[in-house]
Design a binder for this molecule. Structure first.
Ligand SMILES: [Zn+2]
Length: 312
């Protein structure tokens, strides 16, 4: 097993942190900081014949740094299944002609309301009526993310029927979902299509990593700042006055599922959230919100340092 999510518990004493996997209590590690203990637990999992790339999910969440606490009001997490789905869209060959490539891109276009950008391969329009047809869906996990075909870059998310069964009728009704097509469906999965939620924003004064497409203007950004596990942010002023336990974040076609910390406490560890990871979503006070961040083009970002790597 290469990659797996382990649900972990932790405690803190004068000497530092103790972390363990409650379903396999022998998997345990200590460290003076939680980062050190995490590193040791990942190694202990590997040494015990577990995943070579263990992902640790903590219930309750690990303590926050001062910087994280500043952006955790209210405390919201983005949740998703830590597995990738694959679609039946044609995969292409290493020596394909320009015409064959264009044919393949047209195959991806069919999944969106307007054609995807021929340069960055992102879509700037919502999904079309074409349902996803999968060649691979998780066998054990209750969620997955992925793209249309090998070339599509827009990230789409799936959730299992078991996960949706954990939600209240009101929560389910609010989400816009569409069943995916599978040849021999052992389990049911649904694509999260909407509704549109608070858009992702940038933060004034925090070092941003990202780029913009010089052809379509699409922007990708995130944060990899020391002492800050938050990668994505929304504006506090975009949150509704009465927050649902579960709601969506982002503009179609890229929709994330967000959950308040109270709601996540009731869901984590249950059948229906297997293989889920939660990531703190930053909530930015209005005076620090940047709606459209200045970003280098992809080519410029390659000449700079520390930017997101991908091929265009
Ligand atoms: Zn583009």
């Amino acid at each position: 097993m290469e990659h797996a999510v382990y649900l972990c518990a932790w405690s803190r004493s004068r000497d530092g942190y103790s972390l363990w996997v409650p379903s396999r209590p022998k998997l345990r590690a200590n460290g003076s900081t939680h980062a050190e203990a995490e590193e040791r637990l990942i190694r202990a999992i590997q040494d015990a014949g577990g995943a070579t790339h263990a992902v640790l999910e903590f219930d309750p969440p690990l303590p926050k740094s001062i910087l994280e606490a500043k952006y955790a009001k209210p405390e919201i997490y983005l949740i998703c299944g830590d597995d990738r789905f694959e679609t039946n869209v044609a995969k292409g060959s290493p020596f394909e002609s320009a015409a064959e490539l264009e044919e393949r891109l047209k195959g991806i276009d069919a999944f969106f309301q307007s054609p995807i950008c021929r340069k960055c391969k992102y879509s700037s329009s919502p999904r079309s009526d074409e349902p996803l047809s999968l060649s691979y869906a998780p066998a054990r996990y209750d969620g997955a993310f992925g793209h249309v075909g090998k070339l599509g870059m827009t990230t789409l998310q799936l959730f299992s029927g078991e996960f949706l069964d954990l939600l209240t009728p009101q929560e389910r009704q609010y989400l816009k979902l569409r069943p995916v097509i599978r040849k021999r469906p052992a389990r049911k999965f649904y694509e999260l299509l909407g509704p549109a939620g608070p858009p992702l924003v940038a933060v004034a004064g925090l070092k941003i990593s990202g780029w913009r497409c010089s052809k379509c203007g699409h922007r990708i950004w995130g944060y990899w700042v020391e002492g800050l596990s938050i990668r994505t942010f929304i504006a506090a002023s975009d949150l509704p006055p009465f927050l649902r336990g579960i709601f969506t974040v982002g503009i179609p076609p890229e929709i994330h599922l967000a959950v308040t910390s109270e709601r996540w406490k009731a869901l984590v560890g249950q059948k229906g959230t297997r293989g889920f990871t939660s990531n703190l979503l930053g909530v930015v006070p209005e005076h620090e919100v940047v709606r459209v961040p200045e970003l280098p083009t992809y080519e410029e970002s390659l000449r700079g340092a520390g930017c997101l790597k991908r091929s265009v």
